[in-house]
Design a protein around this ligand. Structure first.
Ligand SMILES: NC(=O)c1ccc[n+]([C@@H]2O[C@H](COP(=O)([O-])OP(=O)(O)OC[C@H]3O[C@@H](n4cnc5c(N)ncnc54)[C@H](O)[C@@H]3O)[C@@H](O)[C@H]2O)c1
Ligand SMILES: [Zn+2]
Length: 379
């Protein structure tokens, strides 16, 4: 049997016409990168973009499979952490790709978390007006979210992800064994994006998460299952709405509040990493939905309880060093790209697994809700 027919892998297709691709999920799939890339891109050279944490852990294994398949590669390293998703990081990666003489027919490969994926993808979209891109996500967040769907980009001082491009990968290899080395805090943070899929439109998956979440953190089949369900959910939404003109916005559940919190802490990962901000954002989105009369209070409580059980933050007061004031948070939300002509768009919910897009939410309602949240903390 050819390695390309490995039956232990889960394959999730992302159906986007000529830009369709497969996500391969399972322990050990990284070892197949060489033959798979050689099959897709004969004669291509591969530029591996990775970060200072992942490089020492997993780059050698990737280079071995590429070399064994006769694929030449070069390694470009960025400092680990969100600040690399910047103009300076972009310049560094693009100049390194040009210095390595990566051409139109070559491949840019992201080996890392969402920071590496977003930055490398944007560089791949821009270099020589677009070169092929392969994702080898190494964080849980990247495996279930950022490596799928083709959004790439960098942050600006005006906000997160404001500069970027849609550039679909040609292949995603999600090796769940790589998560064995992921720090627990990052694992938990990525889990917020996993449970998000249950909350968006899959109440059965949320129930499953409540019963099985702790096993996802271990190396067993539950982890692979959770990654596969998440990728299938994201692939389905992306296939319906690649450019976020409609349904894709549902993926932003928890992110309007979450991005505002990240902005308030100036993207300081020591205080709050993306998934932690999303966890607080999910809890707030459900409490806000209840506050506005859309969602039963017990569902909002269930969401918070579940996140708390796993050690995730759920309240404004959980942000180390605090998160300012209602006015500051609303100002931070108003900077978000989901603001359209002064009115705020939120993803709210009628209950677990019943999210919806709420356009034109009045700022006064948000302010009153946040005032109540701050007051509840100090009570
Ligand atoms: N493009 C999208 O659709 C999309 C979706 C969601 C999030 N994002 C972006 O993703 C980013 C967050 O991604 P992230 O949480 O993966 O952050 P990250 O890339 O910073 O990775 C988190 C940390 O874990 C380390 N790490 C990664 N894999 C590891 C491994 N296997 N072993 C040991 N350490 C490892 C990294 O070096 C880093 O320190 C944010 O910038 C966010 O905006 C993008
Ligand atoms: Zn996210």
């Amino acid at each position: 049997m050819s390695i390309l027919e490995n039956p232990t892998l889960e394959t999730v297709p992302v159906t986007l016409g000529t830009r369709s691709y497969n996500i391969l999920i399972g322990r050990g799939v990284l070892a197949e990168a060489g033959p798979r890339i050689a099959a897709l891109f004969p004669k291509a050279r591969v530029a591996i973009i990775t970060d200072t944490h992942v490089e020492g852990l997993h780059a050698a294994a990737l280079e071995t499979t590429l070399a064994d398949a006769g694929v030449a590669s070069t390694r470009i390293i960025i400092p680990a952490g969100e600040p690399s998703k910047s103009y300076a990081g972009f310049v560094h990666v693009c100049d390194s790709l040009l210095a390595a003489r990566i051409e139109r027919g070559d491949v840019v490969l992201a080996l890392g978390g969402g920071v590496v994926g977003d930055l490398a993808g944007f560089a791949a979209a821009s270099l020589r007006r677009g070169v092929a891109f392969v994702q080898c996500p190494t964080s849980l967040l990247a495996q279930v979210d950022s490596s799928v769907g083709g959004k790439t980009g960098i942050n600006s001082s005006h906000g997160k992800n404001l500069i970027g491009a849609f550039h679909q990968p040609a292949l995603v290899l999600a090796d769940t064994a790589l998560l064995d080395t992921l720090p627990m805090r990052e694992f938990r943070a990525g889990y917020a994006e996993v449970v998000k899929y249950g909350l968006i439109d899959n109440p059965d998956f949320f129930n499953w998460c409540e019963a099985n979440a702790t096993r996802i953190f271990g190396p067993g089949p539950e982890r692979d299952y959770a990654v596969a369900v998440s990728c299938r959910a994201k692939a389905a939404i992306v296939a319906r709405d690649e450019r976020e003109e409609g349904d894709r916005a549902l993926l932003n559940l928890g992110h309007t509040f979450g991005h505002a919190l990240e902005r308030i802490v100036a993207y300081d990962g020591a205080r709050l990493v993306h998934g932690e901000a999303v966890a607080i954002g999910l809890a707030l989105a459900y409490r806000f939905s209840h506050y506005l009369g859309h969602c039963p209070g017990q569902d909002a409580t269930r969401v918070s309880m579940h996140l708390q059980t796993l050690g995730l933050p759920t309240r404004l007061q959980d942000v180390p060093g605090g998160c300012g004031t209602t006015a500051g948070l609303v100002e931070a939300m108003a900077q978000d790209k989901k603001v359209v002509r002064g009115s705020l768009t939120f993803i709210l919910a009628h209950g677990i697994g019943r999210s919806f897009i709420a356009k034109g939410v009045e700022v006064a309602q948000v302010e009153a809700f946040l005032d109540a949240e701050f007051a509840a903390q100090s009570a």
